[in-house]
Ligand binder design. Structure first.
Ligand code: UDP
Length: 330
C-alpha cells in the first residue's frame, strides 16, 4: 500500500458538525452515506421521493434527534437551510431509469438546477454523484477523467447518460459563473447491502437468483466487464471529496479498478452462495458498454483515496444481506 500523499504524517482534524442534505438519502448509497454522516456527528436531512428506494433503508434512524426524513421530489424547488449538499437523487439502475426516461432526464437536469440554486442561495458546498455512464461505451481503457466518452445521444440509456452529462455541465457552469464550491464524483458500479432485490443490477440479480435457486441470467456471452466497488469504500471516497480543498472540483472517478467479466462474476456468486443453479445466456441489452474500469489516479493524488475491499470480501456481507431480505419475504 502506498502512503497517503495528502495526509502523510499529518492526520486530518475531525470536521466540525455540519447540517448536511442528502438527496436520494434513503436509496442504496444515500442510506449508507446518511448513516456515516450521523456517526460523524453531523445533522442529516434526507430528501427522497422513494421512486427507486425504500424507507426501510433509514427506518431505524427515524426518531434520532439529528436525523430528518422528508418526502420530496428534487424536480421541484426545495427551501431548507444546510451547509453541505450531497446530490444523489436519481434512479441509477438501468431497469429503473429506463422505466420513465423523461422523468429520469428531468431528475438529472431540473433536479440539479434546483439543488444548485439552493446551494447558491446558501453558499453551500455541493457534491454531485455523476456516473461512469458519462463515458458511454468507452473507446479508452481504463477510463480517465479527461476522456470525453462515447455516448449514444438517442438510445435507451441516453436519458441517464446524457442527463448526468448535462448535470455535470450545470455544476461546472455554476462553478465558473457563480463561483459555487462544487464537487463532481463519477461513481462506477457499486454494490452492497441496501440494494433492492429487484433493481435489475447485475450483482443483486445474480445473488437473488442464486439464493432462490433460479438460473443466473448472463446477458450476451458474459464477456463484457465491469469494476465493482463495495459501498463502504465508495462512502469513504465521497466524504473525502466533499471535505477536500475548495479548488478540488473533480470530476473524480470513484470506483474499484478490479475488472471482472460478467461470467466471472456469475461463477463467484454461485460459489459464494453454494448454489448449483445453471447459468442461462440472455440477449444483450442495447448499448450495453463492453468494458468499464476506472483509472483512480486522480482520486489517489487529490483525495488520498483508494478502495480497500476486494470483490470476494464485499460479496460476502452482500450475500448475507440478501439472505435476510429473502427470508423476510422481500
Ligand atoms: N447483466 C447480466 N445479467 C443481469 C443483469 C445485468 O449479465 O441479470 C450485465 C449487463 O448486461 C451489464 C452488466 O451486467 O453488462 C452490468 O449491468 P448493470 O445493470 O448492473 O449496470 P450497468 O453497468 O450496465 O449500468
Amino acid at each position: 500500500m502506498n502512503s497517503n500523499p495528502q495526509s502523510a504524517g499529518q492526520p486530518t482534524p475531525p470536521a466540525p458538525p455540519q447540517r448536511v442534505l442528502v438527496t436520494g438519502g434513503s436509496g442504496f448509497i444515500g442510506s449508507h452515506l446518511s448513516r456515516r454522516l450521523l456517526a460523524q456527528g453531523h445533522e442529516v436531512l434526507v430528501v427522497d421521493n422513494f421512486y427507486s428506494s425504500t424507507r426501510r433503508n433509514v427506518q431505524d434512524l427515524i426518531g434520532e434527534p439529528r436525523f430528518e426524513l422528508m418526502r420530496h421530489d428534487v424536480t421541484f424547488p426545495l427551501y431548507v437551510e444546510v451547509d453541505q449538499i450531497y446530490h444523489l437523487a436519481c434512479p441509477a439502475s438501468p431497469v429503473f431509469y429506463q422505466r420513465d426516461p423523461v422523468q429520469t432526464t428531468k431528475t438529472c437536469v431540473h433536479g440539479s438546477i434546483n439543488m444548485l440554486g439552493l446551494a447558491k442561495r446558501l453558499g453551500a458546498r455541493i457534491l454531485l454523484t455523476s456516473t461512469s455512464e458519462v463515458y458511454g461505451d468507452p473507446l479508452e481503457h481504463p477510463q480517465t477523467e479527461s476522456y470525453w466518452g462515447n455516448v449514444n445521444p438517442i438510445g435507451v440509456r441516453s436519458c441517464y447518460d446524457e442527463g448526468k452529462r448535462c448535470a455535470e455541465t450545470l455544476f461546472f457552469d455554476y462553478y465558473r459563473q457563480h463561483q459555487l464550491p462544487i464537487k463532481v464524483a463519477r461513481v462506477f458500479n457499486t454494490y452492497g447491502p441496501n440494494m433492492l432485490p429487484n433493481d435489475g443490477r447485475v450483482v443483486s440479480s445474480f445473488i437473488v437468483q442464486a439464493l432462490r435457486g433460479e438460473p443466473v441470467t448472463v446477458y450476451g456471452d458474459g464477456s463484457q466487464t465491469r469494476s465493482f466497488c463495495y459501498v463502504d469504500d465508495l462512502i469513504d471516497g465521497l466524504i473525502a471529496f466533499m471535505n477536500s480543498p475548495e479548488q478540488v472540483t473533480g470530476p473524480i472517478n470513484i470506483g474499484n479498478p478490479g475488472e471482472f467479466t460478467m461470467l466471472e462474476l456469475a461463477k463467484k456468486v454461485l460459489t459464494l452462495t453454494g448454489s448449483d443453479c445453471p447459468i442461462e445466456n440472455r440477449p444483450l441489452r442495447a448499448d450495453d458498454p463492453v468494458r468499464r474500469k476506472p483509472d483512480i489516479g486522480r482520486a489517489w493524488e487529490q483525495l488520498g483515496w483508494q478502495p480497500r475491499i476486494s470483490l470476494d470480501d464485499g460479496l460476502q456481507p452482500t450475500v448475507e444481506y440478501f439472505r435476510r431480505e429473502l427470508a423476510a419475504g422481500r
